[in-house]
Design a protein around this ligand. Sequence first.
Ligand SMILES: [Zn+2]
Length: 232
Amino acid sequence: MDFKNILEYQKKDGELIKIERELSSNPSRKVSSEMIAVVKGAQEKSAMLESRAAGLEKDFQAIKKAYSDTTAQIEKFISKDLESLSQKDLESVISATNAILNNFNVLEKKLFSEAERLNITLNEFENAKKQYGAARAKYNQHKQIYDNLLKEKDPEIKRIKSELESLEKGIEPKLLAKYKQLRSDKLFPAFVRLVDRSCGGCRMELSAAEVEKVKSNGYLECDNCRRIIISD
Ligand SMILES: [Zn+2]
């Protein structure tokens, strides 16, 4: 089998892979995707705080209602003519009044703690908003840097791709399919030489029979890394 064309193709493809690696390891690309995660986290946090605030609002309304119920009870007592009450009735009014006052104290405490929780929630919301804004700005900045790099590399990528396309015509389809499979599995170079008695890709030493096979068949798929080992 003649490997000349596929090796030429692989060499050219190596230029493309170099650019692809440069792009995928670009720090700005990494920062942008990290910022997307931060923005998403801040959005989730805001949604959580919003639902917590809705819960607090509901609690607050319940306390307000209890407060006005208690006020109504007091008004009922005030309208009573205390002078005309018997000692026993007076005692029961006093004890009821104490109970109402106690109720007021409890409600007051509840309101305070509710207000405090609301404050904490608002602060957290403010923080989430700041975090969101900062992440958004950082994302835009690094996205711009990465997009500029993409734009800069684009003509070169297009040139290599069109050269690869014309090289493809001279390659046996089965060989090309095998190459593309290995490439997509990130096994590059896909076609390697026999180096002494080892696979030129993963460096695993071959048995004598395998070395013989490479020489007689012209190639052998490496048992270890699946690359195609070809003889010189
Ligand atoms: Zn190997």
